[in-house]
Design a protein around this ligand. Structure first.
Ligand SMILES: Nc1ncnc2c1ncn2[C@@H]1O[C@H](COP(=O)(O)OP(=O)(O)OP(=O)(O)O)[C@@H](O)[C@H]1O
Ligand SMILES: [Mg+2]
Length: 246
């Protein structure tokens, strides 16, 4: 029996709110436009809104919209919590124990149906999921290589280098880092120089620097110009180590 090896990418960030969902969605659109059957996953979402008794996971919905995936929400986002806190905290508040096996099982099902599956992490690498497992442990368990999304602002060199160190220490593969600008503040010297300085200090490839893109809103479910992401990636998708051929 020969079948394509399921492939996936784990999108992590230097912090919460740095643009993981936007970058993951942009990648999903790029894959889709190249004719790749793309799946998406946000294994745990905290801070869900409630509508008519259902919990709305904004990131999962945005990713599904970008990928045009029709997988059940329980597989794309098996854990949906109301409290906007780290998974460990939100789960304990609701008296729920997060089972990494359940997440792994959902991922396997998704990855069997798709050529590539883009998984968005939660917060940063050391964000706690259970008393003994953090986000990096989940990425390792799913055996996924990482893309790090870093906010372009002042402070990112420290956050990005710590993230790389943590990922390496855990034995993860890092495909590269993408600098992102989620807001419209004036560009200062730190913003202008951060990607260049990072590449002088660290061997992790800088895949690109993404500007503020008009009309994009994860919260409001507007994809806007998210599909333009490819323009801002240095050497296209082959640089991500993802085989696009079937
Ligand atoms: N390049 C961009 N252009 C325009 N808006 C952006 C861009 N990147 C991020 N945003 C906006 O910034 C906010 C944070 O981005 P996003 O939700 O992708 O971050 P995140 O790292 O996924 O956050 P979380 O930790 O909550 O999952 C969102 O409102 C999103 O729409
Ligand atoms: Mg997100």
């Amino acid at each position: 029996m020969s079948h394509a090896v399921p492939q996936g990418i784990f999108i992590t960030g230097t912090d919460t709110g740095v643009g993981k969902t936007v970058i993951a969605a942009g990648l999903a659109v790029l894959f889709r436009k190249r004719g790749v059957n793309v799946g998406v996953m946000k294994p745990i979402q905290t801070g869900c809104l409630s509508r008519r008794g259902a919990r709305i996971a904004a990131d999962a919905r945005f990713l599904i919209q970008a990928a045009r995936a029709d997988d059940p929400i329980n597989q794309v986002c098996p854990y949906r919590f109301k409290i906007p806190a780290a998974p460990l905290v939100a789960a304990e508040y609701e008296g729920v124990k997060i089972d990494l096996h359940r997440i792994e099982d959902s991922y396997r099902r998704l990855s069997m149906r798709h050529g590539v599956t883009v998984v968005e992490g939660i917060g940063g690498l050391l964000t706690p999921i259970t008393p003994t497992a953090a986000v990096i442990d989940l990425a390792i368990r799913l055996n996924l290589p990482l893309i790090i999304v870093a906010h372009i602002r002042l402070g990112t060199l420290n956050h990005a280098l710590l993230t790389v160190q943590g990922a390496r220490q855990a034995g993860a593969t890092i495909l590269g880092i993408i600098f992102n600008r989620p807001g419209r503040s004036p560009r200062d010297l730190a913003e202008k120089t951060n990607p260049g300085v990072f590449s002088r200090l660290c061997s992790v490839p800088v895949l690109g620097t993404v500007p503020y893109m008009e009309g994009v809103s994860v919260e409001e479910g507007r994809l806007g110009r998210v599909g333009m992401l490819g323009q801002y990636l240095n050497e296209g998708l082959h640089h991500l180590g993802i085989k696009l051929d079937p």
